[in-house]
Ligand binder design. Sequence first.
Ligand SMILES: [Zn+2]
Length: 357
Amino acid sequence: MSLATQEEKDKFLQEASRHLDIDKWGDFLLRWGKALETYSTPVSILEGTGYDNEFKVNFSGKDWGFVRLIPGSGWNMRRALMAKQPPFFPAKNIEEYDAKLVLNDEVQGKCFMCENIAQGIDAKDNPSIDNVVFELGKYFITPGRYPRDPGHCLWVPVDHDDNSKRVVPQEGNKLYIPEEGKTRGALITPQELEAIVKFCQENHFIAARNHVLDGMSVPAHDHWHLHIIDLYSYDLAPHVLDQANSWTLTKGVYIPKNTPFDGLVITQDASGFSGMACNVINNLEKDNQVFTLLIYKDRIHISPRKNIHDHRRIQIGAEMQIHSLDDPNPGEAINRIKQYVPMQNEFNWQQYLDYSD
Ligand SMILES: [Zn+2]
């Protein structure tokens, strides 16, 4: 299936209507599908795949609700598509791009995120390769190459990470201890956080960020996964919005009780929301903690992992904190969660919270 003819577009929208209101999302999805095809990924990768939002998992003697991915026929295409991903050839020399890119670096090799950015910039001269669905100055939003639901995108900064402030994981180096003054993940600025929260609120997305030691597959180029907030079966509201039963630490900052896991939620009611949230996030990073992030409506969820030293194997990713299991083998995923995710009251937040704006 491709989107070259009206018949194909209709078929794609019919498939997508299992997930979304096509009257509201159809135009966007066609733009998104066209952009996806520039990666040689057909929109049929989504065929049959969906979510079960009534999945229960027992933690500490109680059943908790999860949203579980159910792979369809399209899911099986992923491995073959990954294996035959066509090479990207930038149209210009690297110094001609208005972005700090790593394309064919002697030391760093190439970066898929930078290739996405270069392709997006090249599309100004060659619209047939236009992979950008939103362009926001220092950020591009492109489809994920192997999406798991319609509209699944990546929020990608146009500049490759400033590695002078970080160590970059080497394959096989599981301990991955930072040098003095460096961190393991990119530091997030209040400006970026504000930009992504604003984008999500205005355009009806949620954003999830994996950690470089938990599921971030291109760890040297910070990025977030975006999913449309309206997906029918991917209803996270019961898991992330119910704060009636929570421990409030200070105005707009609380620890949710509607989950078996420890986590911190900072809402826009908090004093100096983005500054406070970045302070906590960056304090965690500087203390070598591993954590994932979720932006949902007016709040950011921070979900820690246990600080044990074989983190490269976690592969849970940010979705866990929103009770989403997107591993085709949920039993295996649940075992990893039980091993690596602190349960309520296990994580000490207080030392990361000191902040005055
Ligand atoms: Zn890059």
